[in-house]
Design a protein. Structure first.
Length: 134
């Protein structure tokens, strides 16, 4: 198990950090205008509705930007490792900061299609992304 700094869980972000147990990536969505909202907050920034709730998305996306870290800034996190912003397939402006796993750091590229996978850490499920398997 990799040592990770874990978030403080509240009612807004709980689904994002726990639905991975069932293999689901949860992103808040507005029930009024259907806009996806991330990070999760209790209102829609587009229409100001308070009718937002978590919804499972496909778990697929593409790498918008990334960096390869060659220093282990977190104990027990093996270097090199990739930090990326992944745009979800459902809405390009939803960007998830994450690690890219399942491939060599040198193989990661802009626009790479990826899919979610989860790492269990204590009672949370950290979303990570890996290249789409073809």
């Amino acid at each position: 198990m990799t040592a990770r700094t874990l978030p403080v869980i509240d009612r807004d972000n709980e689904a994002f950090w726990t639905w991975g147990r069932e293999g689901k990536l949860a992103i808040h969505r507005c029930g009024t205008c259907e806009y996806f909202v991330h990070p999760p907050v209790p209102f829609c920034p587009r229409c100001e509705s308070r009718d937002v709730a978590p919804q499972a998305v496909s778990g697929r996306g593409r790498i918008v930007t990334f960096t390869v870290n060659h220093k282990a800034w977190v104990p027990d996190l093996p270097a090199p490792y990739v930090l990326a912003l992944v745009a979800i397939e459902e809405q390009d402006d939803v960007r998830i900061p994450c690690n890219i796993v399942g491939c060599d750091a040198e193989a990661v590229d802009f626009g790479m299609e990826v899919e979610v996978t989860f790492e269990a850490v204590e009672d949370l499920w950290v979303p990570l992304f890996r290249p789409v398997r073809t």
